[in-house]
Design a protein around this ligand. Structure first.
Ligand code: PEP
Ligand code: MG
Length: 759
């Protein structure tokens, strides 16, 4: 089935635009140098459109546009006249990414007179952006002496030509040699500033998570054939969306259905398809028509403040990508070989996808992403440097490009110059030295100068993490995230499989304690094979222990697997996300029941069982004292606790960064939990990501926390700082800062520490 009848296809006539594109194709096919091509193109456009002037301005660097070719303006101004984005009418087109069309340029808003060009005699001005996938590459301008308003058809035709120029620019058609010549795109060094999500430095080669579609034939030879290709691709796209919708059962998450319905609506959108048809009628190939529409959508995306509308525009962008892949025959596989030392570049990535790549990645750079996401936690657990919010890196990076990731500063150097790469290698060497220093204190205790001892444990989630237990010097595993085993599978693992995994983990720990946290799913940890929930706010929804108690099947199976894996050895179990006493009591009773059941079945029981709770919601800090007495131990899940304490989503960078972990209110709350645990004689630890940040770890220790659990690579730096610090004195510094009215104790702590190191 097609979505338009043959009769309502736009008319394909031998229009001026098509003739122009035909001549353009001939020019591009000729074997000529970049500058010569640009000169011929401006001549061709002015001639075909009957204008006095045609000029092409391209970006010399990120902020500067340069007149690169002209028909009609003073030729001496070529490569001399430059303007910044937003400056003059040309700069305005580049900034707004929309055409400027005026019969009287000198009186138009933003006009700037460029005397060297001799343009004062031209009254009318039409400028259109040269853009590719929302990225501005330059501006195409026509001007005439008479004060005319260019017609809609003329604007449209010029936009189509600009689209071809954009593709040709991307393909390097205007690259030349010698002074003033344009250099090829994607060959220059580029720097991206993002945010730190995992420290460390990595050098490697780009590996794109999703393919970058390249259009090599922007101009069509046969519009009828191009219409047919577009029609076929849209038919295929539509049926695939229909199939996806059909495959959704009654229980499918409503949000997911809504997204796909919006997809279907777009795929059926007459105006979307119509615009692409019109572009083809004017001479573009089907791919170029799709990309032209996609560019317009991306430009709109930047302007739209409403998040819902932006999401919908994202859908449309995604549809265009699918369409492009269908038309170019490029699947979702990048087709690229994974290079040695791969650095993964993606818009965003989920924990399951990241786990699929495994530890072979040397670094990760995301255009979006967030520090609190579980993908970030996986990257941290593997000590893979991760930079997030690296805007526009996807428009620049090509598979195989050399790249340096500076996870300490949140900076990424793409195609670095030799001097930058050399300095970077020095930095890596220094870090290796630091690691060697940490290795030298591996078997020493984390005791402060005042004699205060802190037990350092590591967080884990995969078998592959266990070798770090010895190499890091951790005293045990303070948090084993069991959900990672579930996230890496296509179905619920069997009890026997789980028992085998847990047994190997305990075997590898050689008698050191492993705290197994029962399944913590929900929120951003969505299992592909579990019925998704239609929840407006999953972080506050049906997750973790709430699922375990309401639908006990999986948790019981997990507990049985743990008991069998222990095979008589001590067993430590902890429940995530306990918000009130009863939840702990019920969970604990489940363990006791399973022990009873396993005994009856003749399995060996653990010689000792410890049952603890994670304190991840403020409510539990105020639970009855009996809770603190009943729990064998308590571990503060700071990632969640902090997000609920400050009501700031751990995955939303904008709000997360407002609240410092060393905020006086948060530290005071922690102090209160320490006190309640001390009164009950219950061991307390902290296992959120902050435990692995040396300054935070030091302050937690000063607040009375005697056990911290962190990613293995943090143990060295944390231990090293603890051993050099008088924690009792630090407590005085914190207390003084607390009564001073400061919002955070960090400035006072940093100042005090800096004096210690210079003393
Ligand atoms: C926490 O919330 O601090 C925690 C350790 O659990 P997770 O990060 O897995 O939610
Ligand atoms: Mg948590």
């Amino acid at each position: 089935m097609t979505i338009w009848g043959a009769t309502d296809l736009p008319e394909i006539s031998e229009s001026g635009s098509r003739k122009l594109l035909g001549r353009l194709r001939e020019t591009l096919a000729e074997d000529s140098a970049g500058q010569e091509r640009l000169d011929r193109i401006t001549h061709l456009i002015a001639d075909s459109m009957g204008t006095d002037v045609c000029s092409i301005y391209l970006f010399r660097d990120a902020e500067t546009l340069e007149l690169c070719a002209t028909e009609g303006l003073n030729p001496d101004a070529v490569h001399q006249t430059r303007m910044r984005v937003g400056e003059g009418l040309v700069g305005r087109v580049a900034r707004a990414k929309t055409p400027v069309n005026t019969p009287d340029a000198p009186s138009a808003k933003g006009f700037r007179f460029m005397p060297e060009t001799g343009e004062e005699i031209y009254s009318s001005f039409l400028g259109v952006p040269v853009q590719r996938l929302g990225e501005s590459l330059g501006v195409l301008v026509v001007q005439s002496k008479d004060a005319r308003n260019y017609s809609d058809d003329e604007v449209y035709a010029l936009e189509v030509v600009a689209m071809v120029l954009a593709e040709m620019t991307e393909l390097g058609a205007f690259v030349g040699e010698g002074e003033g010549a344009m250099s090829a795109r994607h060959t220059q060094q580029a720097l991206f500033r993002g945010s730190v999500a995992q420290e460390g430095a990595a050098e490697g080669r780009v590996y794109l998570h999703e393919p970058r579609v390249v259009v090599t034939n922007p101009i069509s030879e046969d519009p009828h054939e191009e219409m047919r290709r577009l029609q076929d691709a849209i038919d295929t796209l539509r049926s695939s969306v229909d199939e996806m919708l059909g495959a959704m059962g009654k229980n499918t998450d409503k949000e997911q259905v809504k997204v796909l319905e919006a997809y279907r609506m777009f795929a059926n959108s007459r105006s979307w398809v119509r615009r692409m048809e019109e572009d083809i009628a004017l001479g573009l190939s089907a791919e170029a028509a799709v990309e032209k529409e996609q560019s317009a959508t991306r430009a709109r995306m930047e302007q739209v403040p409403d998040p819902y509308l932006r999401e919908r525009l994202h859908d449309l962008d995604d549809l265009s990508n699918r369409l492009l892949r269908l038309l170019t025959g490029q699947g979702s596989d990048t087709g690229a070989e994974m290079p040695e030392n791969p650095i993964l570049i993606a818009r965003n990535i989920g924990p399951a996808e990241l786990l699929d790549y495994g530890k072979k990645l040397r670094g990760i750079v995301l255009e979006e992403g967030s520090v609190g996401s579980h993908a970030a936690i996986v990257a941290r657990a593997w000590a893979i440097p991760l930079v997030i919010n690296a805007k526009k890196i996807l428009t620049e990076a090509l598979n195989g490009d050399p790249i340096l990731v500076d996870g300490d500063q949140g900076v990424v150097h793409l195609r670095p110059e030799d001097a930058v790469a050399a300095a970077f290698r020095d930095k890596i060497a220094m870090q290796t030295k630091a690691q060697e220093r940490y290795a030298s204190i591996r078997d020493k205790p984390a005791i402060g100068l005042c004699g205060h001892e802190v037990n350092l444990h590591m967080n884990a989630g995969l078998m592959a993490d266990l070798p770090s237990l010895d190499s890091s010097g951790a005293e045990g595993v303070g948090l084993f995230r069991t959900e990672l085993q579930f996230l890496t599978r296509a179905r619920v693992p069997k009890r026997s499989e789980l028992a085998a995994i847990y047994k190997s983990v305990m075997d590898a720990a050689h008698g050191k304690q492993v705290v197994f946290r029962t399944l913590d799913i929900g929120s951003d940890k969505v299992l592909p094979y579990m019925k998704p929930q239609d929840e407006p706010n999953p972080a506050l929804g049906w997750r973790a222990i709430r699922v375990g108690l309401d639908k006990p099947g999986v948790m019981r199976m997990q507990l049985q697997a743990l008991i069998r894996a222990a095979g008589g050895r001590p067993l430590t179990v902890m429940f995530p996300f306990i918000a009130q006493f009863d939840e702990f009591r019920e969970g604990r009773q489940m363990v006791l029941n399973e022990l009873e059941r396993e005994k009856k079945l003749g399995h060996a029981l653990p010689e000792d069982v410890k049952i603890g709770a994670m304190l991840e919601t403020p409510s539990l800090g105020f639970a009855p004292q009996q809770f603190f007495e009943m729990a064998d131990f308590i571990s503060i899940g700071g990632n969640d606790l902090k997000q609920f304490f400050f009501a700031a989503d751990r995955e939303n960078e904008r709000v997360r960064k407002r609240y410092d972990t060393l905020n006086v209110s948060f530290l005071t709350f922690i102090e209160q939990i320490v006190k309640r645990c001390q009164d009950a004689g219950t061991p307390l630890s902290f296992c959120g990501e902050d435990a692995g940040r040396p300054i935070e770890a030091l302050c937690f220790a000063a607040m009375g926390m005697n056990a911290l659990s962190m990613r293995p690579a943090s143990i060295g730096p944390v231990k090293s700082l603890i051993r050099r610090t008088n924690i009792a004195e630090l407590r005085d510094v914190i207390d003084t800062a607390r009564v001073s009215g400061a919002q955070s104790v960090r400035p006072a702590v940093l100042e005090w520490l800096s004096k210690q190191s210079t003393a």
